[in-house]
Design a protein around this ligand. Structure first.
Ligand code: FE2
Length: 414
C-alpha cells in the first residue's frame, strides 16, 4: 500500500472548497486563463556560450554589469569563465553576493543600492533560484519606484527592467526562463511570488560545467523541483498544447536522467538542465499549484530549501488528486516510464510511488520534522492565500484542506 494512503488503501482525504466558493474560484481562474492566452509571452533567447552573451551586452552599449551571484557560486570559482570573457571584452562589472538562500527584501534593497553606487547599467544573475530571483527583483527596483512588496502577485510590474540575463547553476528552478521571482519578507517570515512578463530575462545560458560538481543532494533536490514544476503545470486547468508537451518532455527527460545524474554523469546533468528549462517554460504559463503554495509557506517559516520541500510534499498532494486527475496522471505515467498497463488508477499510483522511490534513493525523508502544531494555522493560511484563486489546480483546496495536508506532513511514515 502506498505510504500516503489511509488504512483503507485509498488516499489522503481532502474535500475541496464548498460548491459556491468553487464556482467563484473557477470563474476567476477562467478569466485569468483567457487573459493569459491573450498576453504576448516573452521567453529568453538561449545563447550557446559566454562570448555570445558578452557580445549582446557590448552591442547594446552596456559598460558596467551588476553580477548577482550566490556566495557559494562565487567562492567555488564558477564565475571564472564569465569574468574572463568580460575582461577580454573590456566590460566592467561589480559582483553582488549578499543573498540569502531565500532572498529577502533587505537583500534586494541592498542590491539596488549597490547597483546605483557602482553606476551599473545592466544585470547578469548567475546561481540557483535565489540569485536569479534576486537579480530579477533588483532589476524591478531599478526601473520601478515602489517598494518590492508592492509588486507581489500577478502583472504588477509596470516598467521593463534593465538588460537582464540569467545563468543557472542548479537544474531545478527554471528561473532563467520564468516570469516569477519569490521573495521572503524578513519582517514577517512570509514568502510571496512576483509574477510579471516584464521580469523574464532577455538571455539565458545553460552551461553544464557549472553543475558538473554540484553536490548530489543539491542536484537531487533541484531536480525534484523541476519535476514538480512539470507535473503541476501539466495537471493545471489552463496551459496550452505547447506547455503540456513541454511538461511531458521535461518529465520524460527527468525520468531518464535524474538517477544517473545524481551519481555525477555529466551527460545526464546536461539533460537535466534542459529539463529544468522546459519545465520552467511550461509552468511560466500553466502555473504551479498547491505543492508550491505549501512549500513556500513552510520554506519561509523554517528557512528550508525549496526543492527539498517540494520533493517531500509532491507525492502527498498527488494522493489527494489521484481520483480527480486520474487521466492526466495516467498520461504522466507514460512519460515518467512507470505505466504498467491500461488501469489508469494504477498508473496514477505508479507515478506517486516512483516519486517516493526517488526520494528514498536521494535520502530524503517523507515528513517535515520542523513543522510545529502551533504554526499550522498560519502556514495553512499563507498557502491558501497564495493558491486560491491564483493556481488552476485539479482540486481547489479549502483552508482546512491545507491544514490537513500540512498536519499530515508532520508525521514520519513507516
Ligand atoms: Fe519550484
Amino acid at each position: 500500500m502506498n505510504e500516503n494512503m489511509n488504512s483503507n488503501g485509498k488516499y489522503l482525504f481532502v474535500s475541496g472548497v464548498a460548491p459556491l466558493k468553487k464556482m467563484r474560484v473557477r470563474t476567476a481562474q477562467f478569466i485569468n486563463g483567457v487573459a493569459c492566452h491573450l498576453i504576448p509571452w516573452k521567453s529568453p533567447k538561449l545563447l550557446p556560450n559566454y562570448d555570445f552573451l558578452v557580445k549582446k551586452y557590448k552591442e547594446k552599449g552596456k559598460k558596467h554589469i551588476l553580477i548577482v551571484a550566490d556566495k557559494s557560486v562565487y567562492q567555488l570559482g564558477l564565475l571564472k569563465c564569465l569574468l574572463d570573457t568580460l575582461n577580454k571584452a573590456k566590460i566592467k562589472y561589480s559582483i553582488f553576493t549578499d543573498i540569502n538562500p531565500n532572498p529577502t527584501i533587505t537583500n534586494i534593497n541592498n542590491g539596488r543600492d549597490f547597483y546605483f553606487s557602482e553606476k551599473c547599467d545592466s544585470i547578469i544573475a548567475i546561481g540557483g533560484g535565489s540569485a536569479m530571483d534576486a537579480g530579477k527583483s533588483i532589476g524591478i527596483l531599478i526601473t520601478n519606484n515602489k517598494p518590492i512588496n508592492k509588486y507581489k502577485g500577478l502583472f504588477k510590474v509596470r516598467h521593463p527592467l534593465p538588460l537582464l540575463s540569467a545563468i543557472p547553476t542548479t537544474c531545478g528552478t527554471g528561473s532563467e526562463t520564468t516570469l516569477a521571482a519569490v521573495i521572503l519578507d524578513d519582517a514577517t517570515g512570509k514568502k510571496y511570488p512576483i509574477e510579471s512578463n516584464k521580469i523574464v530575462p532577455s538571455y539565458a545560458l545553460l552551461d553544464v560545467n557549472l553543475i558538473r560538481d554540484l553536490p548530489k543532494n543539491v542536484f537531487a533536490q533541484t531536480g525534484m523541483d523541476a519535476l514538480t514544476h512539470a507535473i503541476e503545470a501539466y495537471l493545471n486547468n489552463y496551459g496550452t498544447h505547447k506547455t503540456r508537451q513541454m511538461a511531458l518532455k521535461a518529465i520524460n527527460i527527468i525520468s531518464q536522467y535524474i538517477q544517473v545524474g545524481y551519481f555525477g554523469d555529466i551527460h545526464a546533468r546536461s539533460e537535466m538542465l534542459k529539463a529544468s528549462y522546459l519545465a520552467g517554460k511550461a509552468f511560466n504559463r500553466a502555473m504551479v499549484g498547491n505543492c508550491h503554495a505549501i512549500a513556500h509557506a513552510i520554506g519561509g517559516k523554517y528557512n528550508l530549501p525549496h526543492g527539498y520541500l517540494n520533493a517531500i510534499i509532491l507525492p502527498v498532494i498527488l494522493t489527494t488528486y489521484y481520483t480527480r486527475a486520474t487521466s492526466k496522471l495516467d498520461i504522466i505515467s507514460k512519460s515518467f516510464g512507470v505505466s504498467s498497463g491500461h488501469d489508469k488508477k494504477q498508473n496514477a499510483i505508479n507515478v506517486i510511488e516512483r516519486i517516493q522511490e526517488l526520494n528514498r534513493l536521494f535520502g530524503l525523508p517523507n515528513y517535515i520534522e520542523q513543522i510545529k502544531d502551533e504554526d499550522i494555522p498560519q502556514l495553512a493560511q499563507s498557502a491558501y492565500k497564495e493558491a486560491v484563486p491564483l493556481y488552476p489546480t485539479p482540486l481547489v483546496y479549502s483552508y482546512k484542506d491545507f491544514e490537513r495536508v500540512i498536519k499530515y506532513l508532520q508525521t514520519k511514515k513507516d
